[in-house]
Each structure stands twice: as structure tokens, then as C-alpha cells.
Design a protein around this ligand. Structure first.
Ligand code: BYC
Length: 327
């Protein structure tokens, strides 16, 4: 340390060295405030996406076409709720409570993925959410397994295992429709037409327009850019669509021999901006549903807190129900 350097310089140097050496930053480590804020922003947005993302699929639980499809859908939606919980817990290690994160969501200060503001109109949309939405999410999340914030990276490892199963079940459900009657195939094509472009928007703005990417890449919070991940998703999904005889709704889509990748058309960024500003087809409905569910569950949180208070003041036997009376 030089004579003029402060303790903060030394801690910053340690932080930067860890990032440079691909070591994870852990909750007890010193980190710049801007890093903490940025990780929290991304993780809380990610957690909210998992939970709000349960709504379009939840819309079809009672109308799933068979008991088998219903069981699979129920299990998948529960997984998404679980992903939200891992991510809220991981984000809480940054010093902000889940309560505060949810409050920010309800006040419109925190975002969630734009895709969940589109309606699920037919059963084919459920296949599309698994195939395309989980498919896009997993491309992004595989990359995030190597993010520099330890709890986020570890949450991603577990989430990716479940997401790959989700993607396959969505593709399989879509394949069944595509190989069914002409009406079923048309329903699958209609769903693909509606979900394709919003799925590409999930990766965020172009790199040149992305407000956070530059800094997030330097901190290795993001390991690959929005455009690189979007391209990977297109390259892996187009052959899957061809295999089941569905057509990607993009007249500009074509194989580029030189790049070894698909060229594709421009996203409607005005639509993207409208949706993330709160004016998509279902934004108000999604948020209101979450606010209502939170209010309806308030009595459970109150009861748990009352029980905990009681335990502190009177030495009640056992722990919370379901914990086998263990302390
Ligand atoms: N939607 O500087 P940028 C799932 C915002 S759920 C909304 O590039 P960043 C599933 C961005 O927040 C898993 N907002 O940002 C669940 C920023 O605004 P703020 C979903 C978006 O963070 C149920 C501004 O635009 N996956 O799998 O560097 C059923 C500028 O963007 C979006 C995740 O949540 C968007 N699509 O990069 C089925 C992934 N894109 O915050 C499936 C985690 C951008 O300054 N998140 N914005 O107000 C990420 O990886 C990154 O945050 C993003 C954006 C790549 C999305």
C-alpha cells in the first residue's frame, strides 16, 4: 500500500483481484456499493420474473388437456416458485429483505422479465412457454452460473438443472401438437407467431443500448452479452422448429454461411420499451394479481410471526409446525 492509499483502496484492490482471478465474491466480502446495487437489481428482477412467470402458466392448470399434462404443469410451476425463493434468499445476502424487494416490485421500482406481460391464450402457449421462454432463460442462466457473485452463481446451478427439463417438456408438448391434427398444428403455429419476438426481447436491448452491460461485464456479473446470448438462442431454436415442421415468423431469417449463424430480423424495440414501461398487454393484471395474492397470504405471515414471538417470550416446546419438534 502506498502512503496515500486508504483502507478502501486496499479493499477495492482485493475485490478487483478476486474478480480478475475468477474467484467468487461472497456476502461477507467487501464490495463496492455500485456492485452491490447492481447485483441486487439484477437478482431481485430475476426472482420477481420467476414468481410473476407462474401466472401465464397457472392460467392453464384447470384446463390442461389430460391428467398427465396437468401433473407436469403443476410440478413445473412449483419449480418456478422455488426458483424465486432461492433467488430471493440469495439476494437477501446483500442486505435487503425479501419484504423490501417485493415492496419495490409493487411500487413499480423493480422490474420483471417483459415476456410475462403477454397472455397465454391457448394450450399451445404452454408448450411455447416451456420451449421458448425456458429455452431463452436457460441460455442466459447457463452463462450466469459463472457470475462473480457466489450466491447467485450457486442458485443458477440448481435452477439450470430444472430449467432444462422445463424446456424439454415444452418442446415435447409443442411437438405433439405439431404432429396432431391440422387444427392442432395451426394452434402451435399461432402460438409460435405470438411468442417468438417477445422471447428474443428477453435478452434485453442490443449491446450498444444496454445501460448496465459494460460495467456488469467488467465485474463478470454478466459473462456474455445480450446479443451473444440472443444469437445462441436463435441458432439452437431454429433447427428445433424446422424439425417439428413449424415456421419461425421472421421473413429475414436465413443461415449465414460465413458467420456460421442465422441472420434474423429486427426486434420491435418500441414494443419492448412499452412493455418494460408498464404498458404491455398484461402488466397491470400481473402486478395486481401479485398484490392480491400477497394480501391474501398476510394472515400466514402474521401467524408465523406471532408464533415466533410467543416462542421467544414463553419457552414453548418444539419449533414451527412441520419441523418435527426439533430446535
Ligand atoms: N424484461 O442494461 P440492460 C423464467 C431492463 S424467469 C424487463 O441490458 P441488464 C421462467 C433492465 O432491467 C427467468 N426488463 O440490463 C419463469 C434495465 O432496466 P433497469 C428470467 C428488461 O440487467 C416462469 C434496462 O432494461 N430471466 O425463466 O444488464 C416460467 C436496460 O437493460 C429486460 C431473467 O430474469 C427484459 N427482458 O441485462 C417460465 C434473467 N431486458 O433495471 C420461465 C436475469 C432488459 O436499469 N436477468 N431490461 O431499470 C438478466 O440476465 C439481465 O438482467 C438481462 C438484462 C439480460 C435481462
Amino acid at each position: 500500500m502506498t502512503e496515500t492509499s486508504s483502507p478502501t483502496d486496499a479493499r477495492l484492490a482485493t475485490f478487483e483481484e478476486k474478480v480478475a482471478n475468477d474467484q467468487r465474491i461472497e456476502p461477507g466480502d467487501w464490495m463496492p456499493d455500485a456492485f452491490r446495487k447492481n447485483v441486487l437489481r439484477q437478482m431481485s428482477q430475476h426472482a420477481h420474473s420467476e414468481v410473476i412467470g407462474m401466472q401465464p402458466e397457472g392460467n392453464w392448470i384447470t384446463r390442461a388437456p389430460s391428467l398427465y399434462r396437468k401433473v407436469v404443469l403443476l410440478a413445473k410451476i412449483q419449480d418456478e416458485g422455488g426458483h424465486g425463493l432461492y433467488l430471493y434468499s440469495a439476494a437477501e445476502t446483500l442486505g435487503t429483505s425479501r419484504e423490501e424487494m417485493v415492496q419495490a416490485l409493487h411500487e413499480g421500482k423493480a422490474k420483471y422479465a417483459s415476456i410475462f406481460n403477454y397472455p397465454s391464450l391457448t394450450w399451445a402457449d404452454i408448450g411455447m412457454i416451456g420451449w421458448l421462454v425456458d429455452g431463452a432463460a436457460i441460455v442466459n442462466q447457463v452463462s450466469l452460473q459463472r457470475t462473480s457473485y457466489g450466491p447467485y452463481s450457486r442458485a443458477m446451478v440448481r435452477i439450470c438443472k430444472e430449467e432444462s427439463f422445463h424446456q424439454r417438456q415444452g418442446y415435447e408438448a409443442t411437438m405433439k401438437l405439431a404432429q396432431g391434427s391440422a387444427e392442432q398444428k395451426a394452434m402451435a403455429q399461432d402460438a409460435l407467431d405470438r411468442w417468438w419476438w417477445p422471447s428474443l426481447m428477453m435478452f434485453g436491448p442490443h449491446d450498444a443500448e444496454s445501460a448496465h452491460s459494460g460495467q456488469s461485464m467488467k465485474w463478470k456479473l454478466k459473462r456474455e452479452s445480450n446479443d451473444v446470448l440472443r444469437q445462441r438462442f436463435v441458432d439452437q431454436t431454429v433447427p428445433q422448429a424446422e424439425f417439428i415442421g413449424l415456421k419461425i415468423p421472421d421473413p429475414d431469417l436465413k443461415w449465414n454461411e460465413e458467420r456460421g449463424s442465422y441472420d434474423f430480423g429486427e426486434i420491435d424495440w418500441d414494443e419492448f420499451k412499452r412493455v418494460i414501461a408498464g404498458n404491455g398487454p398484461c402488466n397491470r393484471q400481473r402486478l395486481q394479481h401479485h398484490i392480491n395474492a400477497r394480501q391474501e397470504g398476510q394472515w400466514v405471515r402474521d401467524a408465523l410471526r406471532a408464533y415466533q414471538r410467543k416462542r421467544r417470550t414463553r419457552d414453548l416446546p418444539g419449533d414451527l409446525p412441520g419441523n418435527g419438534g426439533q430446535r
